[in-house]
Ligand binder design. Structure first.
Ligand SMILES: CC(C)(COP(=O)(O)OP(=O)(O)OC[C@H]1O[C@@H](n2cnc3c(N)ncnc32)[C@H](O)[C@@H]1OP(=O)(O)O)[C@@H](O)C(=O)NCCC(=O)NCCS
Length: 191
């Protein structure tokens, strides 16, 4: 199986596919409360059939070049994932997202993995804009957007009904020239 290392702590990024349904269900079960607080993933992956159906929806997106999904494995255990929920090659616009089980939070796994995927989106796939849509109550995810150099562009007020409550969604995004400039600054500082 091909994998991309995220550092020297045993973390890896790999494609997350339908045959991982059992592993995904275990990952969500370990973090159901934490993951479900702001996003619908935990409710979609409520059992093995749900896990398979959700993974298949991303396999279909991948086949149509309309989205993508990677898992994050830590010491061989699936602990979270990174996704392109929306991918539109003609306009050069895509939307990224993520989740982790709580035991894997606080180590930079999502930030490290997203940097690799954003490099790929901008440099290999020619994307111009990567968006991040996040509940205004989801501080850890907003911090990820900040760490990725995204700009807060606005708020969709009370647009997302989640578990019976209307929540507001912040739109963050980074553009290709901004991404390249930030990377050049980091490389200059490293030398
Ligand atoms: C959103 C979510 C993935 C953020 O998790 P996270 O662990 O805070 O994010 P990262 O993996 O990027 O890790 C960043 C943390 O690791 C620390 N860290 C350690 N090493 C790091 C490194 N090499 N690089 C970056 N950060 C590092 C950072 O300081 C930060 O910790 P802090 O928040 O205490 O300051 C997590 O809260 C989650 O899964 N929530 C539930 C699902 C969800 O809401 N998804 C988002 C939908 S929009």
């Amino acid at each position: 199986m091909y994998a991309t290392s995220l550092g020297d702590d045993g973390a890896e990024l790999r494609p997350l596919e339908v045959w991982h349904a059992g592993e995904l269900l275990e990952n969500i079960d370990r973090g159901r409360e934490f993951i479900g607080r702001h996003i619908g993933l935990a409710d979609a992956v409520s059992d093995l059939d749900g896990a398979r159906a959700w993974l298949k929806s991303y396999a279909d997106k991948r086949a149509a070049d309309a989205g993508g999904l990677h898992g994050i494995w830590l010491d061989g255990k699936l602990v979270g994932g990174l996704l392109f929920r929306v991918w539109d090659t003609p306009s050069g616009v895509c939307e990224a997202g993520c989740w982790l089980e709580p035991g894997a939070a606080g180590r930079g796994l999502v930030t490290r993995g997203m940097r690799i995927l954003l490099d790929w989106a901008f440099e290999e796939r020619g994307m111009h804009r990567v968006e991040w849509q996040v509940s205004s109550a989801n501080e850890p995810s907003i911090n990820v957007a900040r760490r990725l150099g995204m700009t807060r562009e606005g708020v969709l007020r009370e647009n997302y009904p989640h578990r019976g409550v209307r929540t507001s969604t912040e739109i963050w995004a980074v553009l290709a020239p901004e991404w390249r400039a930030a990377r050049a600054r980091t490389e200059r500082n490293d030398h």
